[in-house]
Design a protein around this ligand. Structure first.
Ligand code: DHE
Length: 520
């Protein structure tokens, strides 16, 4: 993690073992077996404690991991090991957990099936909300500080319920179309299904060892999970039963790939996945009647001479000019605007043509996953913050030209707006000096109208609007942080709700209606 030492709780479970004093320096695997394996797994894939593999630890610097082993941290179970392990043993352990496991760890069908936990069988909970609130104006708040989730009433701005989540949730939670269920993905591969109406985690499954994100189909029947480790794309049903594990390989079957992300293209009834190490995008239909997909050379389509695979939940490949890392759908979902993290150039991929149809001028490492769109002077534009430079790029979605670059005080991660508000909000959380500042941009004039800095020096990021667009909720991204509620028109602070590093918040209505101002 480049921003903060966010892997709070890494090794958190080690303390459940009574640490034994170590007389002489032992080898790292022996030390690990003695002090860590019971909770983090002998294979380092994680058990009650998180996985300790370089892929899972990439957001934590090695010396921060060493100091965590040595001194522990507040609010985690692990005791400090400074009186148990010698400094050189702590270093050995830190080196060990950053050593890749070879060959690449596998997490196959059997592992996935065996990991499934059902707390409440389908149909066993009431089909009515068990509390009074506007079910469409609820917020799911992910609190990374102590790995909890809060359900917030979006009218009263009061918490309704708070529960422990899996370690290190990442990406936006995904809702079923009725807004009743929400699915979370953790970096360690756990997918959790929460019944909002009954305030219960109903089922969980571990779909991978290191996961990027998950997507839920527009009909709420399927879940797709994008993994870095192993190189798989996993298909589940909505009760988290395994349907299929795709080994992600190029069309020649030679090169495997991590999956950067998977999203739902609801109007196309499909999932679209970006691959990090292969120049392909995959589209998998979740329509059981999807036409078969030609595989290999087809001599005659009419007479079906050639090999075909079923169209349902199998990949159609678009072969691309460049890698696709982060991407953004056009409003009709037929095209994606994509960026490769290193290139400085982007590409537009047409999902029917199945190839790159345009290149985009995108300097500054745009965070396209955070892009939003709106109508400007009769045309639709999209805007994206940049992870490396303090600027928001505004792009015409017809000719893919950059209309304007709006300067912000520093590189940002998240951008948000709402159909019913005039302003778009963006953070500068990647900046050391301006991580505390939110920039408010007028969507008509494309000018900055305000900069908000309620707590100098403290990170302020990630906005989400209420269902009606009248209030903007920002995260004071600190362990003793808060959700700050702003009037979206006057930009005045209305309320603070305490929260422990609230990394993100998601409004049910904005998500299920695919609001143009929010991420999908
Ligand atoms: Fe994220 C969403 C990728 C680091 C917090 N992040 C996403 C998504 C992707 C992504 C592809 C969209 C998934 C979705 O919503 O379904 N994130 C990446 C990275 O490649 C990156 C830069 C490096 C990494 O380590 O993975 C990265 N992300 C971070 C963080 O360090 C953040 C700030 C803190 C954290 O908790 O990990 C972070 N990412 C988020 C959040 C979302 C997200 C809060 C959901 C945003 C939303 O509003 O939808």
């Amino acid at each position: 993690m480049k921003l903060n030492p966010l892997m709070v709780g890494v090794l958190s479970c080690v303390g459940l073992l009574a640490p034994l004093p170590t007389a002489a320096a032992e080898s790292a695997p022996v030390l690990y077996g003695k002090h860590c394996a019971a909770c983090h797994g002998a294979d380092r894939f994680g058990l009650m404690g998180p996985a300790l593999l370089p892929e899972n630890l990439s957001r934590l610097k090695k010396d921060a991991a060493a100091s965590m082993i040595r001194d522990s941290r507040p609010a985690i179970q692990m005791p400090p090991f400074k009186d148990v392990l010698k400094p050189e043993e702590i270093k050995l352990l830190a080196d060990y957990i950053y050593t890749p496991v070879t060959p690449m760890p596998q997490w196959g069908e059997q592992d996935i099936r065996a990991s499934r936990i059902v707390n409440h069988a389908p149909g066993s909970l009431p089909d009515k909300p068990q509390f009074a609130a506007d079910m469409m104006n609820l917020f799911i708040v992910v609190e990374g500080g102590d790995h909890h989730v809060t359900l917030l009433d979006g009218d009263k701005f009061e918490p309704i319920h708070r529960f422990q989540s899996r370690f290190a949730l990442h990406g936006g939670p995904k809702f079923t179309p009725d807004g009743r269920h929400v699915f979370f993905a953790s970096r360690d591969g756990w997918i959790s299904k929460f019944d909002i109406w009954n305030l219960k985690v109903v089922a969980e499954v571990r779909a991978g060892i290191n996961t990027r994100n998950a997507a839920v189909s527009g009909d709420g029947k399927y879940v797709a999970v994008a993994n870095y480790l192993p190189h798989t794309l996993v298909m589940l049903d909505a009760d988290l039963n395994l349907l299929k594990v795709h080994q992600v390989k190029d069309r020649d079957g030679k090169q495997t790939s991590r999956v950067s992300a998977v999203y739902t293209a609801e109007p196309r009834r499909s999932f679209v996945a970006a691959l990090k190490d292969v120049k392909e995008a995959w589209e998998l239909s979740y329509d059981p009647k999807a036409p078969e997909i030609p595989a290999g050379v087809i001599h005659d389509f009419q007479y079906r001479e050639g090999a075909f695979i079923p169209g349902f939940l199998n990949p159609q490949r678009s072969v691309l000019n460049d890698y696709l890392d982060d991407f953004f759908f056009t409003p009709d979902y037929n095209e994606v605007m994509g960026a490769s993290r290193d290139a400085g150039k982007g590409q537009v991929v047409h999902l029917d043509v199945r190839r790159t149809i345009a290149t985009l001028d995108l300097p500054g490492m745009p965070h396209l996953g955070s892009g939003i769109t709106w109508m400007w002077q009769g045309r639709r534009v999209m805007a994206t913050p940049n992870l490396k430079e303090g600027m928001v790029s505004v792009i015409d979605m017809k000719d893919w030209k950059t209309i304007k670059v709006i300067p912000t005080p520093g590189p940002g991660f998240f951008m948000r707006s709402h159909e019913k508000t005039r302003y778009a909000w963006v953070d500068s959380m990647m900046s050391r000096t301006h991580k505390d500042t939110l920039t408010v941009i007028d969507k008509e004039t494309l000018e900055v109208v305000a900069q908000l800095k309620p707590m100098p020096g403290k990170t302020l990021a990630h906005i989400e609007f209420t269902k009606d667009g009248k209030y903007a909720l920002a995260s004071l991204w600190e362990n003793d942080g808060a959700i700050i509620v702003y009037d979206a028109a006057t930009l005045k602070e209305i309320k603070r709700i305490p929260a422990r590093r609230p990394v993100g918040k998601y409004n049910v209505w904005n998500k299920i209606t695919r609001s143009e101002g929010t991420s999908h």
